[in-house]
Design a protein. Structure first.
Lengths: 317, 317
């Protein structure tokens, strides 16, 4: 038993620090809000964190491929706008709206991926230009904040549905699908192409197809994040997605995803997103001006990365 | 004749900066012929004046991109410099104190960026992203959310005045371009920057000083973003916390449209001038057609992608 724990710990050394930080945050949180572990709190917190976690999952998918997605926030806003603009009535209507929003986001991701795979342009440039494109499309769909999400859905999502924390369940489902995908050859191909593109190509992988698929999958994650944000807030805002681009990169980097592709685990990203989310909430509790949030978030990002680089260098020497 | 075509085709293939000016000339010609109001001297003057704000930031961005870095904190620095100068100038200090304080703080941000990249080994994208986030928060704290406006005579004449009919802002931009051009293409530091951009480990192994070069590039970039903030303050007479936001992505787009490789090591500073003029002209054209904000962004995004596909593709390795 003990041996197994050591082995598991050794496999996730870089995540242990993050996990410890998360535990400290949770203990501090418990101090300010003793109802932290009650079902109601879990529902509220997971509803609040779901968009960031899913957006970070999308960014991680692209980063594992050795890319980066600067258009993520725009695609998130687009999915949100499509979902809330579709006049959804009843369960069927909501499903149609969600399917529509998801399709749009996947298509946007696939377009990004196709440009990266076939155009010979670096991902950062492609997605930079695409961020103008997708935020423009969002403004065409929804020029002003507005749209409408059925009130029953908003209530069920934010306050629980027959005692089930819907957002937590949705998150668990999405992560389970990722976990399953990771074990298939498609998931492996993602890591292979990100880790060593030439090697992957030489071993017979259709690297361009893998890239397009990866960006489309990232689009799916981002689309779900947009739908989640629309349901959480009950309406849509064409510009609300912008901060998610940088926050998703921050969460992924905190979670140990390498900029050069092929290295990192989704569980790290989820931890990273949770740390960012909990920290933001904690700062509100402590009564520090919310203006300081951004300052502290930036400092933690640099400190975590610098510490990690330092530890890795020590270990290497 | 065919020889001339072959020579010019070879020149175009060799110099992507020339492409930027070619496209710029064609677009300008088309604008004069087919769009209303682009044939007047006052319009020309206004275009180069507004292009200067973006251009000054983009020149700094080029210095960083050549050494395969990136500066995502320029938007924060533009706002920082304008907000600090306005607050100091409208308070007890005079305009000169405000300008000095703004430029000193800008340079400090650049030094922090370089320190993080060189000593903490944090990837430039994350480091500058983090300082940008910290700046946004610090400005909120500093201004309590409501930045002040100030009329500084020197900045007003710098932004709106003319020298022999040429806007001072444009003269300033050209002067900055000349100095930066010397720094990048004629000085030893510039050689180092190109070498680091082409391959960092090889460059360091041959004795290129990473630290000194990175500090020069990042401090110059931040300083220029600070200058742009000051000129913008003079132009509008007010400061705002979000006034720098457009410059983050547009400055990178100018660099890339100017033919500089985002991966570093290849490009020319003059291309960036063409890129900034081209982007400003395109924006002005789209505005003159009374398109909605959304459609304008879609067209701009598609145009950028199209132009990059024509002349900024990376060679397949």
């Amino acid at each position: 038993m003990r041996e197994r724990i050591t082995t598991a710990a050794r496999g996730n050394t870089d995540l242990l620090g993050l996990l410890a930080l998360l535990l400290v945050l949770l203990v501090a949180y418990q101090h300010y809000d003793p109802s932290l572990l009650s079902p109601a709190s879990v529902t509220i917190l997971s509803a609040q964190f779901l968009p960031l976690i899913l957006a970070a999952a999308g960014q991680t998918t692209v980063m594992l491929l050795g890319g980066i997605d600067l258009s993520l926030g725009a695609v998130l806003g687009l999915a949100m706008a499509v979902f809330a603009t579709y006049d959804a009535r009843g369960a069927g209507g909501v499903m149609t709206a969600a399917a529509l929003a998801l399709c749009v986001a996947v298509a946007a991701g696939a377009v990004n991926g196709t440009l990266v795979a076939y155009a010979g342009l670096p991902p950062i440039v492609v997605t930079l230009a695409a961020s103008f494109l997708w935020s423009g499309v969002t403004l065409v769909v929804l020029p002003q904040p507005g749209g409408h999400v059925p009130a029953g859905l908003v209530d069920a999502y934010n306050n629980g549905w027959y005692g089930i924390a819907l957002p937590a369940a949705a998150l668990a489902l999405v992560l389970a699908v990722w976990k399953l995908l990771r074990t298939t050859r498609h998931g492996l191909a993602l890591y292979a192409v990100g880790g060593n593109e030439h090697g992957a190509y030489a071993s017979g992988l259709h690297t361009r197809g893998v890239k397009i698929g990866g960006y489309a999958l990232a689009g799916a994650f981002t689309g779900l994040a947009g739908i989640g944000l629309a349901v959480q807030t009950g309406s849509a805002d064409p510009t609300i997605g912008t901060p998610y681009t940088l926050n998703s990169i921050a969460a992924s980097v905190l979670g140990g995803i390498s900029f050069f592709g092929g290295v990192g685990r989704m569980r790290g990203t989820v931890l990273g997103a949770l740390v960012i989310g909990l920290l933001t909430n904690l700062l509100l509790f402590t009564g520090i001006s919310p203006f300081y949030q951004l300052v502290i978030q930036g400092v933690i990002l640099v400190a975590a990365l610098a510490l990690k680089t330092y530890v890795t260098r020590e270990a290497a020497e | 004749m065919s020889g001339l075509v072959a020579v010019s085709a070879a020149a175009l293939r060799g110099s992507r900066a020339a492409w930027a000016f070619g496209v710029l000339a064609l677009t300008w010609l088309a604008a004069i012929l087919f769009a209303d109001g682009f044939d007047s001297v006052s319009n020309f003057r206004y275009l180069v004046q507004t292009a200067s704000f973006l251009g000054i930031v983009a020149v700094g961005q080029t210095l960083v991109v050549i050494m395969s870095g990136i500066d995502l904190s320029v938007s924060g620095v533009v706002a920082l410099s304008a907000v600090v100068c306005a607050k100091v100038a409208s308070g007890t200090g005079g305009g000169a104190t405000g300008i000095t304080a703004a430029l000193a703080l800008s340079a400090l941000v650049g030094a922090v960026n370089a320190a993080g990249v060189v000593w903490l080994r944090v990837p430039p994208m994350v480091m500058t992203l983090a300082t940008g986030t910290i700046l946004a928060g610090a400005l909120l704290v500093y201004t309590d959310g409501s930045p002040s406006s100030a009329a500084v005579p020197l900045l007003d004449s710098l932004a709106n005045g003319r020298l022999l009919g040429v806007p001072w802002a444009f003269v300033l931009w050209l002067g900055i371009t000349a100095v930066a051009g010397w720094l990048l293409h004629l000085s030893r530091t510039g050689r180092y920057a190109f070498a680091l951009g082409a391959g960092e480990s090889a460059a360091r192994a041959s004795g290129v000083p990473l630290g000194a070069t990175a500090f020069t590039a990042y401090v110059s970039c931040a300083l220029l973003a600070g200058v742009a903030g000051l000129v913008l303050l003079g132009f509008t007479g007010t400061s705002s916390l979000t006034m720098g936001n457009p410059y983050q992505l547009l400055s990178i787009a100018s660099v890339v449209l100017g033919g500089t490789s985002i991966l570093g090591g290849r490009g020319h500073l003059l291309g960036t001038v063409g890129g900034a003029l081209l982007l400003t002209l395109l924006t002005a054209l789209l505005t003159s057609w009374n398109l909605s904000e959304g459609v304008r962004q879609v067209v701009l995004g598609v145009l950028i992608i199209g132009l990059l596909l024509v002349y900024a593709r990376e060679r397949r390795t």
